[in-house]
Design a protein around this ligand. Structure first.
Ligand SMILES: [Zn+2]
Ligand SMILES: [Zn+2]
Length: 435
């Protein structure tokens, strides 16, 4: 496509250029005036309108090429009704004769407000009528509100949608208008829905607490950008049973000295908030951040602190990959996946028993050598808990030699003091799936 065809394609603004000569041909000459009202001129009322009520069962009619009775009558489902992309020239064919009496139209004018089109006509018999492509709502064409809502609710930006409509030459609200609509009508609705939901969750948790039940929460921080350059950090709390987000704290970098400090600040502020609202926190599961560990140990002695196995497993796996990259440890590569699975299994199967969890994890050092029964602690006998292996499995597995560098490297990771200590705080298997 050359520059010429591109400029031919270049979209026209506010519908004005769309009125080419052929569109004006019918009726008396120049009877179609495009009185496009710039969308920016419209006043918007109710700066914080939260009146929108979602339909309880939104079924915006059948998709596809339906020709059943419902399609013939059109959908009258309010904002959820079907909408069509119509060529302007085809649409104007419908305005050659008066809709009331069928006589030729004498005078006609089009008024556009972004995506909304209104046509006013007077026929030879003197009927003056008006037609609109969609109803008005909050002082704008409803489809303008819907366009902005749909863009925001799918998580797209104005630019994403603007490129598409420009190529199609479909008018939509301008950028400033879009963000006005977003902040005046859409964000308040989202805010309200969020607060409603949060209130219900909090009511449930405080009732449970009042009846003596301990609440188990998971928490994690997220920054707006990785590393030290973050401006904001949010710390979210999730109810472990329902997996619902209960609360989050937003911390700005100006409040704290570093991103690590932001996380700790968000955590403590959020936890204090929940406790003050009457949530009786019994278990708090987080990553192994030293500052959060210290906060819980020093100031919240009645809360059991658990580590999310996902975070711990990630760091163990990283270590395994690193050592297995050395030439003499290559054989360890075949053991990375099963070691990681074994870590999860040790936590998930020990049901709160700290000794059992450590015992299960450290049994890996025997298993990887092909030893499934062993003695330790002065003659006590232990064994693997997996079903006994077939002779073929026992031969095919790449067992490690217990005097090899690979084994020593793996054993170093298995018996790492910090890990063995942390495992004691992973026995409830609070796996949050909050990366
Ligand atoms: Zn008429
Ligand atoms: Zn075994």
């Amino acid at each position: 496509m050359g520059a010429e065809s591109i400029s031919h394609w270049s979209p026209t603004h506010a519908g004005s250029g769309a009125m080419s000569q052929e569109d004006i041909e019918e009726g008396s000459e120049a009877s179609v005036h495009d009185l496009s009202v710039s969308f920016g001129e419209m006043e918007m009322e109710d700066p914080a309108d939260v009146s929108f009520q979602p339909l309880s069962d939104t079924t915006p009619s059948s998709q596809g090429s339906g020709s059943g009775s419902a399609s013939d009558q059109g959908t009258t489902n309010g904002w959820a009704g079907r909408k069509w992309i119509v060529d302007e020239s085809n649409l104007l064919e419908l305005f050659k004769t008066c809709h009331t009496c069928g006589t030729a139209i004498e005078e006609k004018r089009m008024v556009t407000r972004a995506s909304q089109l209104k046509i006013y006509w007077t026929c030879l018999r003197g009927h003056s009528r008006e037609w609109a492509s969609c109803p008005d709502q909050t002082n704008m064409g409803r489809d303008n509100l819907l366009t902005c809502a749909a863009t925001l609710f799918i998580g797209a930006t104005y630019t994403d949608i603007k490129d598409w409509v420009d190529l199609m030459n479909i008018p939509i609200p301008g950028k400033t208008q879009y963000y006005n609509i977003q902040s005046k009508y859409l964000i308040p609705v989202i805010n309200n829905a969020y607060k409603d939901q949060q209130q219900k969750i909090m009511e449930r948790l405080t009732q449970l607490s009042a009846s003596g039940q301990k609440i188990e929460l998971c928490g994690d921080a997220r920054c707006d950008s990785p590393g030290v350059s973050s401006k904001y950090s949010t710390y979210s709390f999730q109810d472990d049973t329902s997996q619902e987000t209960v609360h989050y704290e937003l911390v700005q970098v100006t409040e704290a000295s570093s991103s690590v400090a932001m996380e700790a600040m968000g955590f403590q502020r959020g936890l204090d908030h929940l406790i003050s609202k009457g949530v009786d926190v019994g278990v708090m599961s987080t990553d192994r951040s030293p500052s959060i560990r210290k906060i819980l140990k020093d100031s919240y002695t009645n809360i059991r602190h658990e580590f999310d196995p996902w975070h711990v497993n990630k760091s163990v796996k990283k270590k395994l990959v690193k050592v297995s990259n050395k030439a003499e440890n290559r054989v360890l590569q075949t053991w990375i996946r099963s070691s990681s699975n074994h870590l999860y299994w040790s936590c998930s199967s020990s049901r709160g028993d700290e000794e059992e969890c450590v015992q299960r994890w450290t049994s890996l050092q025997y298993h990887v050598c092909g030893v499934h029964r062993w003695e330790k602690d002065g003659g006590l006998e232990y064994q693997c808990l997996h079903p006994s292996l077939t002779e073929e499995e026992q031969i095919r597995k790449k067992w490690l030699k217990n005097d090899s560098p690979a084994f020593r490297a793996l054993k170093g990771i298995i018996m790492d003091k910090t890990l063995l200590c942390d495992l004691r705080q992973m026995t409830l298997f609070k796996h949050t799936g909050m990366p």
